[in-house]
Design a protein around this ligand. Structure first.
Ligand SMILES: Nc1ncnc2c1ncn2[C@@H]1O[C@H](COP(=O)(O)OP(=O)(O)OP(=O)(O)O)[C@@H](O)[C@H]1O
Ligand SMILES: [Mg+2]
Length: 311
């Protein structure tokens, strides 16, 4: 539990960067892959992007970015790379001390980038950790990739095996609901939550149709939006060791192999996802960001943060 004290609102200073957290307590749902793709999509659209890896055990996003730098050097190509930092898990005598250290590491890291970057993309671990909960509370946009199956759906809601009605919300959904409520109370901001089905198969089975239908029901109960899905594609797994994404140039000397139709289709899916996020890169989004900034600037005194991590 984090002890309340004099902290900036939501643990952040009044920065201008729009924060996108990629989260799902279910492991292997595609968070790191999605985080990297969103970061590169924004870079390729001309925005300045910082990335944060809060999965200090696996460091998948950190490795992905390291691989990108290495591949660019080895192939003598120029690839846009986000400014990146990771927050290692703190080793302290008490949980409170460890959480305080992690809190400071994340907020210091964010303070260093939020005035100079337009977007911050945060990758979170596939488990309920202090840092993950913090990321969900500071985000403006939450993207939840979800494998297209009821095992993955189960972290959002429990489904009746006969009627396929959503019986109740699961732990992760409840914690996002709490994070949104607290965000609303602390600085009157709304966390926009988008769920994206990942690793979808080309042929839609009855089971997947049921997943889609249950997701629609749950989205109304929980107030998340559903983005068009991302297909299961071998290329997503091939990208990681060379640090590339579906947004990079598909020339053979960049890819290291011949591009395929799958590359083009994957790029289209990621672009659709980016559009579905409705980020402050169009007029409506910009107005929303300006209002957020004006509000933040009107606060000159940090306030005591409520016990936002109390159970
Ligand atoms: N659309 C996709 N098609 C094929 N493979 C995919 C797709 N998305 C992700 N993968 C693969 O699935 C695996 C898990 O993806 P990733 O590491 O992004 O998930 P994660 O949610 O970050 O996992 P963790 O919870 O362990 O951090 C990786 O091997 C990745 O390459
Ligand atoms: Mg990951």
């Amino acid at each position: 539990m984090f002890v309340s004290g004099k902290q900036p609102r939501s643990g952040r200073s009044s920065g201008a960067a729009h924060v996108i957290a990629v989260g799902n307590e279910k492991g292997g749902s595609g968070k790191s892959t999605t985080a990297m793709h969103l970061a590169v999509a924004l870079l390729k659209s001309g925005y300045s992007v910082a990335t944060v890896d809060l999965d200090g055990r696996q460091l998948s996003l950190t490795r992905y970015i390291e691989n990108r730098r290495r591949w660019a050097r080895a192939s003598r190509i120029s690839l846009p790379v986000p400014d990146h930092f990771h927050v290692p898990p703190a080793r302290k005598e008490t949980i409170t001390d460890a959480e305080s250290e992690e809190f400071r590491a994340l907020t210091d890291g964010l303070a260093a980038v939020e005035q100079t970057h337009e977007f911050v993309v945060i990758d979170t671990p596939g488990s309920d950790t202090f840092l993950s909960r913090l990321a969900h509370r500071i985000a403006d946009t939450l993207v939840t990739p979800m494998n297209d199956s009821f095992i993955d759906f189960d972290v959002l809601g429990r489904v009746d095996p006969v009627s396929f009605e959503v019986l109740e919300m699961s732990q992760y959904a409840l914690s996002v609901r709490d994070a949104r409520r607290e965000r609303r109370q602390t600085d009157n901001q709304i966390l926009d939550w988008i769920v994206v089905r990942n690793r979808m198969s080309n042929i839609t089975s009855r089971n997947e149709q049921k997943v889609a239908s249950c997701l629609r029901n749950l989205s109304m109960q929980l107030g998340f939006r559903i983005a068009d899905g991302i297909s299961e594609r071998v290329i997503f797994r091939e990208f990681f060791p060379i640090g590339l994404t579906a947004l990079d140039d598909f020339e053979e000397h960049v890819l290291g192999s011949r591009p395929t139709l799958s590359h083009l289709a994957a790029r289209q899916e990621i672009r659709q996802l980016l559009a579905a996020l409705r980020l402050p890169i169009d007029e409506v989004g910009r107005k929303r960001a300006e209002a957020r900034q004006r509000y933040a600037q009107s606060i000159d005194q940090p306030i005591a943060m409520p016990d936002i991590f109390a159970n």
